[in-house]
Design a protein around this ligand. Structure first.
Ligand SMILES: [Zn+2]
Length: 222
């Protein structure tokens, strides 16, 4: 695990930073794919966990959630408008993705449904962070913001790599994986307006350049 800020750690992944999982205080944020469960649990063997929270319910973030919550006997939390996706089988894959992609994700990535113990809403507190509703990529996408040192756990509101090539660079999440790109752009503007000193994203390395994020947000179509 790599320390990014006080109480914020990035777990090791393969390839590095392709799909990110964070330990924030004693809360695990996101859980990659079903394939990643062993790797995540090995890295957390010495960590006390009180809960597992999701930025959003997609196959590359909720894949290992059921197993980890069950094995560690901890509650699962996610944004209120993603609760149904987490609890109802067959509703995790992004609806606009090509059928072959969705079949692949169902077969290798998607984790089983799991009951959501707490539906998170704007202003809720999680491990010293404040929940921000950042819809668009999914209806219930949320981010976690800590004002004191301006740290943001941003999920897939923005990517710091091209998710298809792995090359670094700021990007909107791909439209085929995004429920409502225009709403997601509003969420990008919302997080950019905070001028975060550190942005921890779902895909790609950490971004420590609020001006770069601001310039990216300013150029987006509405
Ligand atoms: Zn993702």
């Amino acid at each position: 695990m790599r320390k990014l800020a006080d109480d914020v750690y990035l777990l090791g992944g393969f390839p590095p930073s392709a799909i990110n999982v964070y330990l924030v205080g004693d809360v695990l944020i996101d859980a990659a794919t079903r394939q990643a469960q062993g790797r995540i649990e090995r890295q957390l063997s010495d960590s006390d966990l009180s809960a597992h929270a999701l930025t959003h319910v997609h196959p590359d973030h909720q894949g290992a959630s059921h197993r980890i919550c069950t094995d560690r006997d901890i509650p699962l939390w996610c944004g209120e408008h993603d609760v149904a996706a987490m609890e109802v089988a067959g509703s995790v894959t992004p609806p606009k993705a090509p059928a072959a992609v969705r079949r692949f994700q169902e077969r290798f990535w998607v984790g089983p449904p799991h009951p959501v113990a707490r539906a998170l809403r704007e202003g809720d507190e999680v491990a010293g962070f404040t929940v921000l509703e950042t819809p668009g990529h999914t209806a219930g996408h949320i981010a976690f913001w800590r004002q004191s040192d301006r740290v943001l756990i941003a999920g897939d509101v923005i990517n710091t790599i091209n998710v298809f090539t792995g090359l670094p660079g700021l990007h909107e999440p791909p439209a085929i994986f995004t429920t409502d790109p225009a709403t997601n752009r509003a969420s990008i503007r919302k997080i950019a307006a905070l001028e975060p000193a550190l942005v921890c994203v779902g895909h790609g390395g950490p971004l420590r350049n609020p001006a770069k994020l601001g310039a990216f947000a300013a150029k987006l179509a509405s």
